[in-house]
Design a protein around this ligand. Sequence first.
Ligand SMILES: *Cc1c(COP(=O)(O)O)cnc(C)c1O
Length: 970
Amino acid sequence: MSLSHFSLSELEQKQDFVRRHIGPSEAEMAEMLASIGAESLDDLMQQTVPEGIRLPQPLKVGEAQTEADALAYLKTVASKNKVMRSFIGMGYYDTLTPNVIKRNVLENPGWYTAYTPYQPEIAQGRLEALLNFQQATIDLTGMELASASLLDEATAAAEAMGLAKRVSKNRNANIFFVADDVHPQTLDVVQTRADMFGFDIVVGKAQDASQHDVFGALLQYPGTSGAVNDIADIIAAVQANKGIVAVASDLLSLILLKPPGEMGADVVLGSAQRFGVPMGYGGPHAAFFATRDSYKRSLPGRIIGVSKDTRGKPALRMALQTREQHIRREKANSNICTAQVLLANMASFYAVYHGPQGLKTIASRIHRFADILAAGLVKAGFELANNTWFDTLTVNVSSNKQQIIDAALANNLNLRTDVDGSLGISIDETTSRDDLQAVYQAFVGANVELDINAFDKVITDNGSDSIPEKLARTSDFLTHPVFNSYHSETEMLRYIKSLEDKDLALNHSMISLGSCTMKLNATAEMIPVTWPEFGQLHPFSPIEQAQGYKQMLDELSEWLIDITGYDALSMQPNSGAQGEYAGLITIKKYHESRGEGHRNICLIPSSAHGTNPASAQMVSMKVVVVNCDKDGNVDLVDLRTKAAEVADNLSCAMITYPSTHGVYEETVREMCDIVHEFGGQVYMDGANMNAQVGVTSPGYIGSDVSHLNLHKTFCIPHGGGGPGMGPIGVKAHLAPFLPNHKIIGIENAGDGEVREHGAVSAAPWGSASILPISYMYIKMMGSAGLKKATEVAMLNANYVAEKLTSYYPVLYRGRNNRVAHECIIDLRPLKESSGITEVDVAKRLNDYGFHAPTMSFPVAGTLMIEPTESEAKAELDRFIEAMVNIRLEIAKVESGEWSATDNPLHNAPHTLEDICDNNWDRSYDRKLAAYPVASVAKNKFWPTVNRIDDVFGDRNLMCSCPDLDSYRED
Ligand SMILES: *Cc1c(COP(=O)(O)O)cnc(C)c1O
């Protein structure tokens, strides 16, 4: 076909990114539209989306840009960031990401596009990496049990406070003590959380902790000023009064220091950032959290455990899930859903790669640098605030403070400046001799040399007492084989690859998880994440150095405000669940500002995601459940009745739109009206924004506040269970109540004012370094492309629903029998007739090379399928073929041709070991087991373990690495 009759701009348009992001071609879309009985995408929208909520005008994000143009533009923006050498510390340190980890994990879709390992048989690789993370945490902290990552150090500290309240035997106490040498941003986040729970925070000298009637205390070791103090007696004194002691710490320091676990701590937490994860202007990085075995049921967040599969082989899975929001809802230990899996994996690989000896070398070199600098400064007449340290010195300064800061800045060095009368210097792995010299000269003068070699010789010969002898680490760590086997790059590369090969990610096949929106994470979107201009900024560096970030944040905020129909936005929350928490805080503060602080009831439909009630609980709201009717819609009569019953106490309602049942409810505006009529606010969960962008918006519908899951609709990859970003948009009346930050004041109500509100995350803009992903997506899609993505997401979902409905009933439909961007298929009738469960179907899909759709949410015994716009027709057809074929297999169980236990569904997934077993004795053949349809053979995925025994794993909880020998026995 000749293109000669197109104009240049038309030709250019044909080369845009949109057609790469969207799976089906125009011809395929036409075919699919015909098969579902719609004339065009527009017709499908008319049929599906209620008239009254359709946006009257297009988005204002502009024209789509090509990949090359968008990248070039963002590069000019990024180059406005000034990358300085950071000595600020405060929990963030520059680090050398081993290149083998950077390229093969951080930049590898095999790792970053995977989902949370809820289907463990096809996730043994990242489960092993997370188990290594837990083991490293356990070893370095000296604790018994660790979880598989939290969002950041400050929220981990807030979680520790929650745990303390749950387990402390000092039941009537309401005080949580925070030592005054805890990082200020940690205190900020803990204070916010305490205010919401109604706890009192007392800040004081660590040694005074036991003088208060506390249920718990937070200490920091080493302290934020760098001091290394013996805290054993303080811990014992608090515990003698039945208080729980949490210690914030630094994993790298614990290589050289006696671990808090050996000093009696109940919880040890902190950031694993400096284990090879770039600072990224605040994140993402993994927090670690370790505790006693006896508190395992109170632990927040995910925990990986060792169980066994049907062959009795050790196999990993997520353990004790009954603690978590998706099961326990408002009684859960925390609202954590998305956490920081990718970053925990990077940190664990860092420990694997360096091993105990390599880490000792790194930590010792850092410590030596600190010793040398300290000696030099003291000799030059400076006074140090502490006489102990691992890596951080606090230097007392007076009138010369600004002069030193300026001298440092002139040499591209950032010091810690936030404490009156002193400057802080934190040494890290990247610090060079030249850096040390430059820091010294900022204090002492440009023409004076620090004689590094001379000071080094004195310390080498005479030793150093900056770590008191009784606080030096004597216990072994990282003794498991995994930390002592892969120290050459070849070995490391193969270890990473061997784990990657066990996992099914988006680079293998579609992951149709309803509510999770596993769409394309385009390479062009990922590329800026590892640019040093975004990666190497300390979150508390002077704002003038972050002008590139500021511009990117401003443009992205403006687009998201347009897309959501709100007036203001906060980028601080690190996940959807944290966004819910932040949004509910704004609601609570808004009511308080109007003298209506008594409003504390949160109405939540029975179909809501577990994070909704769990977040409501975190702001001390009482959850009242609203029923859904038989069509899956929120029961308006029940909503009105319950709103009227609680009347003046109504704080808000949390609704999801389209509903978690995958339907555009016609009555959504009425729902908002009812809530407003009774003085409540509407929180609209933004997880389903992929069915709204460009077509409708929460603000337009009448909601007051929403979070966005940028890791769903806006292309940040799921990373195997994180990172994510959960910014919240609000209407103008809530804007004055958005979160702020103690170190970096944020003006986010659009009126130039910086208000005093507590933080919800450690960093002012959350995980800022992954925002370029969403930025690139919007820039490359443009207004029209974004809308089209929404339409095609709906086309794909309706196509799948249409093709499957005669095999599996589609449970809920909206107007004209349409579904929104996802559909629920009902397996309960088949369970009745055949005994085959939704779990059997989910595992059997693995044999066909697919990840299961969302299982038993929001309705038990169902699967919820969300194909997204990024899947091409061929992939949808392959999935449909698999589902249809599975239905035919179920028919053979129904008819009795296969028995209830001797059938390929019950025995799924099948491993290579099954197929090669010389004692194959099943009533179906091996080919049917492993290659049930011809297309599977082209791209076979082999689950590496058989079905895993969940009950055994929880009964015999083991959350640390078995040593290699125990694997070899089998
Ligand atoms: C994913 C999801 C959430 C939670 O978001 P996270 O980022 O995982 O914390 C909340 N509500 C719904 C409906 C979701 O699908």
